[in-house]
Write a protein that binds this ligand. Sequence first.
Ligand code: ADP
Ligand code: ZN
Length: 432
Amino acid sequence: MYWEKDVETIDRKNLEKLQLKKLKNTLNKAVNSYYYGKAFKEKGINANSVKSLKDIQKIPFTTKDDLREHWPYGFVAVSKDDLVRMHSSSGTTGRATVVFHTTNDITVWTNLLARCMYMAGMRKSDVFQNMMTYGLFTGGLGFHYGAEKIGALVIPAGSGNSKRQIQLMMDFATTVIHVIPSYALHLSTVFTELKLDPRKDTKVRIAFVGAEPHTEKMRRKIEAIYGYQAFNSYGLSEMNGPGVAFECPYQQGMHIWEDSFLVEIIDPKTLQPVADGEEGELVMTTLQREGMPILRYRTKDLTRIIPEPCSCGRTHRRIERIKGRTDDMLIIKGVNIFPMQIEKRLMEIPGVGTNFLIVLEREEFNDSLTVKVEVGKEFFSGELKQLEMLRKKISEELKSEILITPKIDLVEPDSIPKGEGKAVRVIDNRRD
Ligand code: ADP
Ligand code: ZN
C-alpha cells in the first residue's frame, strides 16, 4: 500500500524536525547561487537565522519574475559540471522559466513520482502509457522515470496522435495512463468516431490526470466515460514538475510531500499566512534540491490545506484541488470570475460536450462575455427548439454562478480547436 511506509506515515513532530534540518541544509546550499547569495547578504540572513519552521518568514519570497530576470543560471547553486538535466515550464503566462537538476535531484524526483503512482495503485505488473509531451516539459520524462522505477512496462507514447494512442492502448493492453484532462475528453470523441467504447475496448483501470486546472465534475465525467479511476496530479516545473501533490485512493485532496517541500498558504494581497484550512496562494520551498534550490516560491495557485488527517494513514497534509491561478482571474464588468466556475457549472448540465472556450470582447467601453460550448451532435439534427432550450438553460445556470449574463454560442463536438498541451480556456480580445 505504501511505497515508503516510514516516510509516508512519519508522525508530524518528527516530520517537522526533519523539515527544519532540511531547510537549514537548503539555505546553506542556496547561498551559493548568485541570486540568493546576494539576497541573503542584503538581508543579513544565513542558515542560523532559522531556528524554527516559522522563521521561514524571515526569508523573502521568490517569484516567477525573479526566475525570469536571472535567466538562465542565476539560481544555480552548484558547479555547472554537476548539472545533468534541464527542464522548463510550459510558458502558460509568459516566457518559460528553466530549472536545472543534479543526478541526485533526478533520483529524488523519480522517487517522489514512484511514491505517487504506487499510492494510486500502480504496480510492476502494469502497462503504463505516458501521453504527455516528452522533452523540456516535465510531465513526460518525470512520469517516465517514476514508472520505470516501479518496474511497470512504460510506453513513451508522447502527446497527440489520438488514433495511434488508441491503437497502442488496445494492442498492448495498457492498464494505466497519464493524460491532461482536457485531452482525455478530446480523446473520447475519437473513440466515438472509431465506434469504440473505451469502457469495453480498453483495459485501462487508472489514469493520472493533471498539469492543468479542472473541476471535480470534469474528473467525474472523465471517469464515467472511460470507466477508470482518475487521480489528480499537481506539480510545477519550479518544484521539479509532477510529484509535488497527488491523490491517494480516497481521492479527497492531494497529499503534498512535506519531506520534499515546505508548504505555506498566504493571502496574495497582504502576503501574510492565512489561518489553517483557509484558502490562499500556495507557497513552497524545496527541501531536497541541490542544483537549484528555490525558497518561498509564489506559485500563484489558489488552494487550501485540508488540516484533517486522511483515512489512508499518510501524515503529509492534503491540499484541495487547485481553484485557479491568481492571474487566471477575469474581471468582467467589475465582477471577479474564475474560468473554473464556468467549467463547474457547464459540467453539471446534461448535453454539454467535452470542450468550451471563454471569449471576452470590449464593445464601446462595455465588456462582453461569450461562452462557446460544444454540445452533443443530436442537438443539431433534432428540433431547433431543443437547441434553444439548452442555450437558455446554460445561460441561466452560468448567470446564477457568475452574476452576469453571458452570450452562449453552442457549437458541434470537436469544433473548438484543441492543441496537444494545456487547454486554452480564455481568449481576451479586450486589450487593444
Ligand atoms: P506553466 O506555469 O507555464 O504552466 P508548468 O508546466 O510548470 O508551467 O505548470 C505548472 C502549473 O500548472 C501550476 O502552477 C498550476 O497552475 C498548473 N497545474 C499543474 N497541475 C495542476 C492540477 N492538477 N490542477 C490544477 N492546476 C495544475
Ligand atoms: Zn490519503
